[in-house]
Design a protein around this ligand. Structure first.
Ligand code: BES
Ligand code: ZN
Length: 584
């Protein structure tokens, strides 16, 4: 089956191993060097087809012979196919190349965009189809290879990859990496900066800039327990170490499940460990996604829906069912909002199985894959019972480890192993818009208590000072803010903010929820706070609602802030916001 977002033809000739030899040029924002591809020519084809985007291709060799490659015309957003002549017995192809300064996977940061302010930084974000902008490769999630790498960086900086990693800065600036398990290209990752390592357990540790290493280590202290809980649920961890890397705040995602080393935004360091479900999520991808991988981006829900389910099971194992219920409830609210937004004009994008051919797979990244996917599995759980579901999932990961899975293959496997699933209305869940009637509606006990207090306050039965908020986590606060009516008087908004300090909150989730609510109320302090926040943080999940609120209520400020902040954002955020703000 042809991947709609890759030019590669792996059924003819495929990459089995990739050897990178690269040098980073921070001055010119270029990575240059060579890649040696080990290939298996399955059909004695005369051409190896690779994905590239914006790469400058130099000399190319099949075995020892220099050959003339053909770089085909650019097809947005896929980039350019690279056709390399090979022979029936070709086993090695070597390519000299360099990246473009605007390579879409790469973000080159100036020292002032880092915590320490002294050294530059580079990180990659390859998912979904951006690996091809820094490595010529077969860039589809259904194609896997092992890799090794030699990376040369300026002295004083540390290089990390989705592979076996160093614990210390190398004085020569030279690093070697080995990734012995086969992975798809979207899990190729590199980060370079002034980083330090701190162990948390034998198997788990954290990399961060020196100034934030301590806070990060404390925030993530429970990650070894998460890893144990996860392995207990769905089988042993396949990747050796599990480390975390805290990136500068421009990182466009909350987290990215790069094997052996999850990349994460610093905005989850809240000081009270209350945003660590995000780590449970990225950790869970070590099974759903990295071990059993969606065959194409149309099957993205197989990666994310299972991972959200798994994430909440890990959180339940650590913090109990009432905690996991809160996460599910907030997810349900997110899902309802996304459905309300998409159903009128883009109802086909609310199917679990997506039709992204001819479009950027980034358009499929929304709460449908995550939350509708999650609720399908909850529905399955309610139907067959937890023990049967757990046994099924454990077997699913074991049977398909290091392989790709598409939606249709999954359905066949599911009804074969759990015949009761046929009565779930799978056809509607997967191929129809909206949410089927048998979707279980989550209940969250701890939110009932929040609700009761909010109602009492709104009815002027109690004062803010009397609220019992001592044991609230971020989730209760989010529920509280989401529940605020748009009819509060200015004095009420002010006293709320005075009592709880939302506008000054160091918790990015709470701050973002509050600002998204307060901007439409024309609460003046929110405007200055949002301007500060948007010039610091590049996480797309926060940028979207904040710019949207600004655009509706303060359109001129939206453009003025974006003008200042845009150069500090990664390509994926810029791409989304340029469209939203009609920027040219
Ligand atoms: N793999 C995703 C991030 C992603 C998806 C990047 C698609 C590019 C294309 C990652 O696991 C993820 O889902 N991150 C979420 C956090 C999670 C807790 C929902 C994020 O970044 O917000
Ligand atoms: Zn995910």
């Amino acid at each position: 089956m042809q991947d709609p977002h890759s030019f590669a033809r792996p059924q003819e000739a495929c990459i089995t191993h990739l050897e990178l030899d690269l040098e980073l040029d921070f001055e010119q924002k270029i990575i240059r060097g060579q890649v040696l591809l080990h290939i298996e020519n399955r059909t004695a084809t005369e051409v190896l087809v690779l994905d590239t985007q914006g790469l400058s291709i130099g000399a190319v060799f099949q075995e020892e012979e220099e050959v003339v490659p053909r770089l085909m015309p650019d097809v947005t957003p896929l980039g350019q196919a690279l056709h390399i002549p090979i022979r029936p017995d070709t086993r090695r192809v070597k390519i000299f190349y360099e990246t473009a300064p605007q390579a879409e996977a790469l973000q080159w940061l100036e020292p002032h965009q880092t915590e320490g302010g002294q050294h530059p930084f580079l990180f990659t974000q390859s998912q979904a189809i951006l690996a091809r902008s820094w490595i010529p490769c077969q860039d589809g999630p259904g194609m896997r290879f092992t890799y090794s790498a030699r990376i040369k960086v300026p002295p004083g900086l540390m290089a990390l990859m989705s592979a076996e990693n160093p614990a210390r800065i190398s004085p020569s600036g030279l690093y070697s990496f080995e990734m012995p398990q086969p992975i798809p290209a979207y899990l190729l990752a590199l980060a370079v900066g002034r980083l330090e390592f701190a162990p948390i357990s034998e198997q788990v540790g954290v990399y961060a800039e020196p100034n934030s290493l301590d806070a990060a280590r404390q925030e993530f202290e429970e990650v070894p327990a998460m890893l144990m809980a996860a392995a207990q649920l769905y089988g042993s961890y396949a990747w050796g170490r599990y480390d975390l890397l805290v990136l500068p705040p421009s990182f466009p995602f909350g987290g990215m499940e790069n094997p052996r080393i999850t990349f994460t935004t610093p905005t989850i360091i809240a000081g009270d460990r209350s945003l660590t479900s995000l780590i449970a999520h990225e950790l869970a991808h070590s099974w759903s996604g990295n071990l059993v991988t969606n065959a194409t981006w149309n099957d993205f829900w197989l990666n994310e829906g299972f991972t959200v389910y798994f994430e909440r099971r890990i959180m339940e194992a650590l913090y109990g069912p009432e905690y996991a219920e809160m996460l599910a409830f907030l997810g349900y609210q997110d899902l309802q909002n996304t459905l309300a937004e998409l159903l009128p004009h883009r109802s086909h994008d609310t199917h679990l199985k997506l039709a992204l051919k001819g479009r950027n797979p980034d358009e499929g990244v929304n709460d449908i894959a995550y939350e509708k996917g999650f609720f399908l599995i909850k529905c399955l759980e309610a139907h067959v019972g937890r023990p049967a579901l757990d046994e099924f999932l454990k077997q699913y990961f074991a049977d398909h480890a290091f392989a790709a899975m598409d939606t249709e293959q999954f359905i066949r496997y599911l009804v074969q192993k759990l015949p009761a699933a046929v009565s779930l209305n799978l056809e509607e869940w997967i191929y129809q818009p909206g949410l089927p009637a048998n979707c279980p509606v989550p209940q969250a006990k701890r939110f009932l208590a929040v609700q009761a207090q909010q109602t009492a306050w709104l009815n002027a039965e109690i004062d803010l000072k009397e609220l019992q908020v001592k044991h609230w986590t971020s989730h209760e606060w989010l529920y509280w803010i989401r529940g605020l009516p748009p009819t509060l008087r200015p004095a009420q908004i002010e006293s709320l903010d005075q009592a709880f300090g939302f506008t000054q909150s160091g918790n990015a989730e709470i701050l973002c929820a509050w600002l998204t609510w307060a901007l439409p109320q024309h609460y003046a302090p929110a405007l200055e706070a949002v301007s500060q926040f948007l010039q610091k943080v590049g996480r797309r999940k926060f940028l979207r609602p904040l710019y949207r609120a600004l655009l509706t209520h303060y359109p001129e400020q939206a453009r003025a802030i974006y003008q200042k902040a845009r150069s500090g954002y990664h390509f994926v955020s810029v791409h989304t916001l340029d469209k939203m703000l009609a920027w040219e």
